[in-house]
Ligand binder design. Structure first.
Ligand code: DGY
Length: 323
């Protein structure tokens, strides 16, 4: 264990340089320059000598892992808004403080949602493949005709911060906004949107469905075969939230049997070991969980995690305390 008057923080993954610089200035930092995913037993061993852990969504903080954390570890500051990788009840029971980074990645995620909405609707993957494989024989009136966003209905499942940022952009594209969630949201007048308490009623209004729910045991496999069947013929599905909100079997079936028009996916169940049946589907645009991957946003996420650590070690309540 290093001797230091500063708290010792383990950063489980390599972070953007400005974040690591601030971390190393304020704390005794244990960094991961090779960005190796630490096996849990190794993480627990290193944790013997640390006061806090700056973890990420790739560190699965299950009840047994939380129970095995050395008593010295007082705080888990996750470099993510999602916290489905941390068992919050177990953390509460252990008296472990947990924080996340809400707000830091709203715009980046809304932007990548539109990359996928547009990419799926305009058949970007098929076009790129045609071009790069030398199959393009030139412009043709009926070549790779896709769908437009303008004048269509955009359904948002989960009208939180990111859902609202997507809705705002959808309006700018000339889309009508519909949403579904546990309750109607008090939206600003410049964000007109129709709330549907009933999922079937909501799904029937989705030319495009964009998923922005939190992943919980209740929302797991929310987009199942029944709900895929309730979408209009040719609907386009985009998921930039969490992979397990979608039942892969149902989505793959909907994409391959012609019921769905296309899908744009940035997140997958079991990442990085995704369901291989997605790979050959031409009307699926697939990205490797890049929603927050801009320099600006990854730095903002790191700084937000550091703000939470700073507050905790200054004896104050962290702004983003989950447990
Ligand atoms: C998050 O913060 O939960 C995102 O998925 C990271 O990109």
């Amino acid at each position: 264990m290093a001797s230091s008057s500063k708290p010792i923080i383990l950063a489980t993954r390599k972070l953007p340089q400005p974040v690591e610089e601030r971390l190393s200035g304020a704390y005794e930092a244990i960094l991961n320059p090779d960005d190796r995913q630490l096996p849990i037993d190794e993480l627990l061993r290193i944790a013997e000598g640390v006061d806090g852990i700056l973890c990420t969504l790739t560190d699965k903080m299950t009840p047994p892992v939380i129970a095995a954390l050395p008593a010295r570890v007082k705080i888990l500051a996750t470099f993510s808004v999602g916290y489905d990788h941390i068992d919050i009840p177990a953390a509460k029971a252990r008296g472990l403080v947990v924080t996340n980074t809400p707000g830091a990645l709203t715009d980046a995620t809304a932007e990548i949602t539109f990359l996928l909405l547009l990419g799926a609707a305009r058949r970007a993957y098929e076009g790129e493949t045609m071009l790069r494989s030398g199959q393009w024989t030139g412009w043709a009136p009926t070549q790779l005709m896709g769908r437009q966003l303008h004048g269509k209905r955009l359904g948002i499942a989960g009208m939180g911060r990111i859902g609202q940022a997507v809705a705002k952009r959808g309006l700018a594209f000339g889309m009508a906004i519909h949403y579904h969630g546990r309750r109607a949201v008090d939206l600003p007048t410049e964000l007109p949107a129709t709330f549907h308490a009933d999922d079937a009623d909501f799904l029937a209004h989705c030319d495009y469905l964009s998923i922005h729910m939190a992943s919980t045991p209740e929302t797991r496999h929310w987009l199942n075969a029944r709900r895929v069947g309730l979408l209009p013929q040719g609907a386009i599905v985009v998921n930039t939230a969490r992979g397990d909100l979608v039942h892969d079997e149902a989505l793959i079936e909907g994409l391959t049997n012609g019921h769905l028009g296309a899908a744009g996916l940035d997140v997958f169940a079991g990442e990085p070991n995704i369901d291989a049946r997605y790979l050959p589907i031409p009307n699926a645009m697939l990205l490797p969980h890049l929603g927050s991957a801009t320099v600006q946003t990854r730095c903002a996420m790191g700084f937000r995690a550091l703000d939470n650590l700073d507050a905790y070690f200054a004896g104050k309540a962290p702004g983003d305390k989950l447990a």
